[in-house]
Ligand binder design. Sequence first.
Ligand SMILES: [Zn+2]
Ligand SMILES: [Zn+2]
Length: 246
Amino acid sequence: MTADADRRDRVRRRAAERYEERKSSRRCVDCNAGLMPEDGVRCVDCAERVRDSNIVYRSTERARATRRKRRRERARSRVADGICPHCPRPRSKRSKLCDHHLAIRDASRARRRGMIDLVAARRRREREKLRRARERVREAARRRARARREIATYRPIDEERRPARERVLVGLRFHDWISARDLFEALEVPSDDVDRAERARYAQALTRLVRAGLVELRGPRGAYEYHLTAAGVAEADRLLGRRKAS
Ligand SMILES: [Zn+2]
Ligand SMILES: [Zn+2]
């Protein structure tokens, strides 16, 4: 033993002796003050000081590391003894844990898995929603393109007498609610400036179709939008079918 270690040992031994001596004579082990019957081994002041410094020490990283290390060591020695690392129950056959803690672990894993499933399901729903929205956008574009084609190639059967009426019906067939201006543009009806009479014929045809119950309108005065009624749809389909047949 080195001299240094020898000296440390002597100091420790003397401290232990002093502790025992003060304790047996009911004096504070720290400050040697006389103790009250309700005191432990320290007077009220020293007990409080020790308590405070313990609280402060326990909050330090060093103390936390020590606690972690002790916990790990304890768990390891329990496992070596065939005891659950979390409680005094014996380990189960299929795990280091006891049946009780194994059940808890399984439940928490299942819960986590359930949560992952929920997230995955939500992502799937969102992807599906996006896919459907894209599909609707594409479908609308296809419908518009088809409408443009149909309208561009439609030649009224009744060319001589009522071409405006047929073209308006067919034009409306490919649109949901649409203003007269947009409809006439789609039908390439000349504007008032170019051919007032032709434009007027189309406007009249539209008005007559409304009166005949083939077209309905909505919206504030001056900003009407037009739309085929069920009867109008049937009539337009008849016209389109007849043309295809011919
Ligand atoms: Zn004291
Ligand atoms: Zn256990």
